[in-house]
Design a protein around this ligand. Structure first.
Ligand code: UDP
Length: 356
């Protein structure tokens, strides 16, 4: 009320200020933003949100695990531009901000071509940091909870240095992302590049690939198609699952804020669940009769993972809002639709078994 009264009684000389204050511009009005991995699972949600907030968005993706379908609905928007580009090669564009998300993130995909995975993290970071240096762009790095390896500390805070096997099958991703963090902080110290390094914990939601190989998508697809639910080990290992909208919200707050500095900053949902409990919840929500099938634990599979998000809460006022059941409802609905479209499922999922 007071603010409105003051604005209404401003002298004419301050009319411009008044107009600007009254014209609630979207937060990223006309900011030029590059998203590498823009056609990927998280990248496509981020592009969507940035466009809604007024940005000019360039998606760069080599479509290794990204899909054009993820951004098809954005094509035609004059503020959205799509490039087929592999970040292991330099890219010359003029931008204000860069989100570097380009990298396969699921163990089965990143282990498929491990040399390329390391190159994507290392050469990709060098190329994107070079671009940030030239354009003076602020740059966000999608780092990962995998930098903590198979942690001995629970929950994991940003000061924990991790327990990573440098020669195991996960090392191409873990060590690649660790080296990327080194590069980000060296470009920051040596060249004063304005960085934001986020460590992203297990994230899920619509637009994960049905054959992504990660646990949430695997279990949902298996439950919807009546296939056995493939639990690695006895399912007592834990993960903390963050819904993609919460993650995107945290990433944007981090980029807009100076309070959290360059990071590193954990972004994830601190609520842990066992893999077996996740399987049972998905079975219940899909009213599926899929049996549980217990198999081998993969080499170096972390036993527990849970973010300490105290720093993000203190500096950004951020915490995830979407409870697991609610996020799973949306994700199950997405896969149900996608599987029916692909002819793998003929009937509507009995969504959501209870309470939807
Ligand atoms: N997992 C499982 N069945 C699957 C896929 C994964 O039991 O079909 C387990 C996996 O061994 C790990 C956890 O679920 O303990 C999370 O795996 P995911 O690949 O989703 O992510 P990450 O290991 O990178 O956290």
């Amino acid at each position: 009320m007071v603010a409105r009264f003051l604005l209404d009684h401003l002298p004419p000389a301050l009319l411009l200020v008044k107009t600007m204050a009254m014209d609630a511009k979207p937060p990223f009005a006309r900011k030029r933003i590059l998203v590498t991995g823009g056609a990927g699972f998280i990248g496509s949600h981020l592009c969507e949100r940035l466009l809604a907030d007024g940005a000019l968005v360039i998606s760069a993706d080599n479509y290794l695990t990204g899909r054009k379908e993820n951004v098809a609905h954005l094509i035609g928007n004059p503020y959205f531009e799509v490039l087929r580009h592999d970040i292991t090669f330099p890219l010359y564009v003029e931008v204000d901000w860069i989100f570097n998300l380009g990298c396969p993130a699921s163990p089965i995909h990143y282990q498929n071509d491990p040399v390329q995975t390391t190159k994507t993290s290392v050469h990709g970071s060098i190329n994107m940091l070079g671009l940030a240096k030239r354009t003076k762009a602020r740059i966000f790095q999608a780092s990962t909870s995998e930098v903590y390896g198979d942690p001995e500390l629970h929950p994991q805070n940003e000061d924990y240095r991790g327990s990573v096997n440098p020669i195991g099958p996960r090392a191409c991703y873990d060590e690649g992302k660790r080296c990327a963090e080194t590069l980000f902080f060296d470009y920051h110290r040596q060249h004063r590049v304005d960085i934001r390094v986020a460590r992203i914990f297990n994230t899920y939601g619509p637009r994960m690939l049905p054959n992504d190989g990660r646990v949430v998508s695997n279990f949902i697809v298996q439950a919807l198609t009546g296939e056995p639910i493939t639990i690695h080990g006895d399912g007592s290992q834990t993960r903390s699952f963050c819904y993609v909208d919460d993650l995107v919200d945290g990433a944007l707050r981090f980029m807009r804020s100076d309070a959290a500095g360059p990071g590193p900053l954990n972004l994830g949902n601190p609520e842990p669940t066992t893999i077996r409990a996740l399987a049972e919840l998905i079975l219940e929500m899909t009213a599926s009769r899929s049996p549980l099938a217990f198999g081998e634990r993969p080499v170096d599979d972390p036993g527990r993972r849970q973010p300490d998000i105290g720093r993000a809460m203190r500096t950004l006022g951020w915490a995830p809002k979407v409870p697991l059941r609610q996020g799973l409802e949306r994700t199950i609905a997405y896969f149900d639709e996608a599987l029916r479209g692909g002819g793998k499922r003929k009937t509507l999922a009995p969504l959501i078994a209870r309470g939807a």
